[in-house]
Design a binder for this molecule. Sequence first.
Ligand code: URA
Length: 245
Amino acid sequence: MANMERLQKVIAHAGVASRRKAEQLIVDGKVKVNGETVTELGTKVTPNDDIEVNGVPIDKEEPVYFLLYKPRGVISSVKDDKGRKVVTDYLPEVQERIFPIGRLDYDTSGVLLLTNDGDFANLLMHPSHEVDKEYIVKTKGIPSSDHMKKLKKGISVDGDYLKAVHAKVMSTESKRNTAIVKVILHEGKNRQVRRMFDALGFPVDKLKRERYGMIGLHGMNAGDYRPLKPHEVKQLRQLAEENVK
Ligand code: URA
């Protein structure tokens, strides 16, 4: 999971001890995770795990929630081994250990939510919770309304059944042989939009996520971010909870 971190790092981050001291505390059996003593240094924890050092719970971060207008050419991760740009580079003032809720591909732009609240992230990412994800797709070639029907019926690609809840050609440019298509998904399978359009024979030229639930990009430019308002967090949670099947 994207939001797993090494125990010693989390302890150090909470200001309890240096990284080295935190490692010693773990080895010495002074650290409990969810009530169990943990002595292994590689242990990974999430923001939802309860951690105690010498019987004292470490301060948990307040949950925070952000919307980033992800630019193209950025990885939906908190760090990259090859030193490429990652989405958290765009929120340098945020001190909390935030991570993206799901992913957008390197070349996809648009709405990306970030949080340090693992329960919230899991709730939204669960496919049966049916939160709308709306995409604007520029295709190479011009698909027909029959192709849109296929997207809505669902297509099998490499053993995955991929389905859109809405798909409509918004405009076409016959000279350039391109189209703009609006697609709404409830699922978020790996490269889902690109794979669906590839399967139809209309490769994706550009892809942008316009909306996640009721969260859009109004007034924002690529690279901008803002905190979500408390009512937006509440509505997103409600949206996901309502739709549990
Ligand atoms: N579908 C894709 O193919 N890519 C994304 O980034 C999001 C949805």
